[in-house]
Design a protein. Sequence first.
Length: 533
Amino acid sequence: MRIILFSFCLYFFLTNAVYGQNTGRIIFTDRSIPAADLKSADMLSNYTLTNKSNLFIRVSLARPIADDLRDLAPELPVDSLIKTGNYQFSFYVDDHLVHQTNLIPGAPYPATLKTDTVWSKPLINNQNEGAFWSQSAWNRFMYNGGDSAFTEGTHTFRLELRPYIKAPDLKVGEVIASGKLNIAVKRKPVIDASAIRLSPVKPYPGFPVSEDHFNRGLIKTLKANIEAEVFKHITGVIVIKNGKLLIEEYFNGATRDSLHDVRSVGKSFASTMTGIAIQDGYIKSEQQTLQEFYDLKGFDHFSAKKAVVSLKDLLTMSSPFKGNDDDPASPGNEENMYPAADWVKFTLDLPLDTISYKGQWHYFTAGVVLLGGILDKSIPGGLETYADRKLFKPLGIVNYKWQYTPAHVVNTAGGIRMNALDFAKYGQLYKNNGHWKGKQLLPKSWISKTFTAHLPIPGRVDEHYGYLFWNRKYVVKGKSYETFYCAGNGGNKIFVFKDQPLVVVITATAYGSAYGHKQVDQMMENYILPAVF
């Protein structure tokens, strides 16, 4: 007992020795350091920002932020305060405010807002991307001006924390912690393409090796930029041209056999299986409505409009359910679904919003889970065995892993894992109009419907949505290349080009980052498409 008490007192003394004199300060370090081990020499005043460097913060507050929130809205109880308020991060470069972001209530955990006066989190952690809300705040800053502001050379960087509350109007308090850092930016590597060696391409079942010419210098430069972490957390690049394997490169420890977690790429598989189930007669058509599969009066918020929501509405993410993953306050946001014991019930219990979502596209993961539930209950033996028999085995895909819902139904929200070349087979099936080795696995008519620009994506120029596939165009040297593609968190993509004999797979682990998808677009526009055509 004395040893435990002594250890606690020592920890308390060391923590206060460091933080007592730093209350209201943000301390920067280049690695995660336990409080008892933190020394003055670890506190950075100068820092070199490279593509591989890490950056952590330690924040010391005079009191828990819940007390600051109470000052902004003294009429509200503390539990209401932490549901509507949090930290506001302000990022300055060279004394210019570049970006300001309000952390979503719920991250950090509400309990910590009531108690913590000292906390440590990463801003950049290349070994564990997207693990913390603090990294998301940094990534939003970089996406919204920080990347442009950090030109090569020296800069001053300042971070300020304030309390904010929205009840209902936004109120922001005074600065409760701040820190300043001199940053030398060195993010542009010197690349000698002549020293780069491309990996030899070997046949893979279903894909012979292509003899087509491509610009090897461009692909070498791309490879060098990935290895230098200019393009971060890329694990695989596969290019299939005319049904043959043209380029195959792996990074960051991945190999040909690695199973990649491609997150929401898996949503597209729900569309595929719907098409096959219609072909086999288990589903009549995508025009079928929810009332044909469920007694909706047994769920919350029953209405006649909910009863006539169609499978097509779910496939095009245009159902009127009050669910939007891009809106943290949305009742049907996917983060509210995951703790539920029954994800299908969670979705069917949701209210409708027939004004905001009257045929408009909105990203709605729970709707794809509902589609998976309908398939699972409609197909004898369930969706998992059906997909294996009707899709994966005919494609020669034997090593894959589903994720599951709490009801142990395959999770059509995403997360299916397989190697990059097997994902390329899936893309090539669509390029082949559903045909694979003498068999029509997927109706050509279904692919035609899938690869139709049904709805525009709000806030994006000339981008559309098909049946759980995205649609856009790349422009290279004045020529337009249209593609339908699957997309998943972290920069995971399967591209099927409409008028070109091309399938491209990018796998990545830049989860939760703002740059994950953007950097894939840069790779496609500046390297892959110019190299292949």
